[in-house]
Design a protein around this ligand. Structure first.
Ligand SMILES: Cc1cc2nc3c(=O)[nH]c(=O)nc-3n(C[C@H](O)[C@H](O)[C@H](O)COP(=O)(O)OP(=O)(O)OC[C@H]3O[C@@H](n4cnc5c(N)ncnc54)[C@H](O)[C@@H]3O)c2cc1C
Length: 475
């Protein structure tokens, strides 16, 4: 069968995966007038119990894409954060989220991921480009493009393929297979790049307005030895919550565990009686659940992100633990970095050569890789900090971090957020017009690494001893 669209002559991008990254790319390409076709294995906005925290630098991109207003009206920006020990004692009462909003003029918000995906999908004007229930099963490269095979037996021709198909990426697996013909060690490195040491139950539960677990706009964190939990009330009537538990062993992809309902129930049996905030336990949240899912928390960054005409983005290439809520935001930085290179290239040359495309891929990777390594590394630190993985982290949580001012934590976070890119080919919101005068940050300094980790949870003190100089230089 002849691949569809083979002879249109127009540059076309094939996207595998239609979640946060796939739909974000679809919007970015549509706004830039670039042809694409997107293939999603399942539904576009499934309810898995997942939530997503969206940070100020991502909000700027969503404003540029014209979708922010529809998200904004669904959420209550997070304002307060209280940190508890297992006895219900609050050892840190933080207003850092308010301070962050004051500095950056945008809030941090938290919502159901399926609702965010619904908004993204609803803003794609030409829905005929979006193919649900159409898994990508294979691809072949030709002299001038890529032929993609989907599970329905069809083939699709494009100029490049983007693997935005998540941590279990099939495109990554297929790419590694092709690489293995010449370099088996690299292929193995790609397949084995992620480890998992923590498991997580994530869920959406009802937050009965008459008897709330926690007030709207509030976040509760509780730290135990070897496990931790978070609740966030970012949407009226709902609470998003997470139980993070250290695993007995470290596993590596592709052998990280998969969990089902029975595993989640067994985990709740073990940890259900633990207090999360004042007067409510993990089990109370579980009993009020709308939907809950248990997953391993993979973490890692793969060493090779592209091969010939195929490039990976989002969780398929960098996966962070979810405690500070940075993985999806990092992925949106990748969308900006990639499209900022591709859009001008296609304007200058509507049918670029493989060499020109490779240059764009490399530019995206050079910009995104250091930031990805920082976010993945420090997200992992935060997961371990919250689960009190060592006595140093426990000491920092109880006796150092609470004494670091919210002002400093907000300032550190703001420096991190300000390092995020935007879409250079779309107008900036009026409040950001000054950004156009300032060149985007090319790379990360050591102080920026530090700043990423301190995002929101205020882990500044963990690194206080290590990187005193960069912190001091902020004053
Ligand atoms: C519970 C939870 C909470 C989180 N909270 C935050 C947060 O607060 N802030 C934050 O920034 N990040 C958060 N993250 C991380 C964030 O959700 C991910 O970084 C983000 O979803 C990555 O997007 P993605 O599109 O790369 O991958 P995914 O969201 O995993 O999407 C991959 C898509 O590809 C599809 N797919 C898979 N295989 C194929 C195939 N063969 N063909 C076609 N399609 C395929 C899948 O069905 C899926 O729709 C959280 C993650 C979890 C699990």
């Amino acid at each position: 069968m002849a691949p569809s669209n083979q002879d249109s002559g127009q540059f076309k991008i094939l996207i595998a995966g239609g979640s946060l990254v796939g739909l974000g790319l679809a919007l970015a390409f549509e706004r830039a007038g670039i042809d694409y076709e997107l293939f999603e294995k399942g539904d576009f906005a499934p309810q898995l119990g997942a939530s997503i925290g969206i940070h100020p630098h991502t909000i700027r991109i969503l404003q540029q894409l014209g979708v922010w207003r529809d998200i904004e009206k669904q959420v209550i920006p997070l304002q307060h954060r209280k940190h508890y020990d297992g006895k219900g004692h609050c050892f840190e009462d933080s207003h850092v989220l308010v301070e962050i909003e004051q500095i950056l003029r945008r809030p941090i918000i938290f919502m159901e991921r399926c609702k965010a995906l619904e908004v993204l999908q609803s803003h794609v004007k030409d829905k005929s480009k979006l193919h649900a229930h159409t898994a990508v099963v294979g691809y072949e490269e030709t002299a001038d493009g890529v032929i993609l095979s989907t599970q329905d037996g069809k083939q699709h021709h494009g100029d490049i393929l983007i693997g935005a198909d998540g941590i279990h990426s099939n495109v990554r697996k297929l790419m590694a297979e092709k690489i293995s013909a010449k370099d088996q060690i690299l292929a193995k490195q790609i397949n084995d790049a992620f480890t998992s040491e923590y498991n997580c139950i994530f869920a959406v539960s009802r937050n009965d307005p008459e008897n709330q677990f926690l007030p709207d706009a509030m976040v509760h964190n509780v730290y135990y030895d070897g496990f931790s939990a978070v609740t966030a009330a970012g949407v009226h009537g709902l609470v998003f919550w997470f139980l993070f538990v250290k695993n007995s062993e470290l596993t590596t992809t592709p052998n990280c565990p998969r969990f089902g309902d029975k595993d989640a129930e067994a985990c709740i049996q073990m940890y259900g009686s633990s207090l999360v905030g004042p007067g409510y336990t993990v089990k109370d949240l579980w009993d009020a659940r709308v939907k809950a899912t248990m997953v391993p928390l993979e973490e890692g960054v793969i060493s090779q992100w592209c091969h010939s005409r195929v490039v990976l983005m989002g969780d398929s290439v960098h996966k962070a633990t979810i405690n500070p809520g940075l993985g999806g935001n990092l992925a949106y930085e990748g969308i900006a970095r990639f499209t900022n290179g591709l859009v001008p290239l296609l304007k200058a040359n509507p049918k670029p050569s493989l060499e020109e495309l490779t240059e764009v891929f490399n530019q995206y990777i050079t910009g995104q890789m250091p930031r990805a390594k920082t976010v993945v590394d420090l997200s992992g630190q935060i997961t371990r900090y919250e689960a009190q993985d060592s006595w140093i982290l426990k000491f920092a949580a109880r006796h150092i971090v609470p004494w670091v001012s919210d002002g400093l934590k907000a300032k550190l976070y703001a420096s991190f957020s300000k390092g995020g890119p935007w879409l250079e080919y779309l107008p900036l919101p009026t409040m950001d017009l000054d950004l156009a005068q300032v060149p985007a940050e090319p790379s990360w300094s050591i102080s920026s690494k530090l700043i990423a980790g301190t995002a929101v949870v205020g882990v500044a003190a963990i690194f206080w001893q290590k990187f005193r100089g960069p912190i001091d230089s902020l004053f």
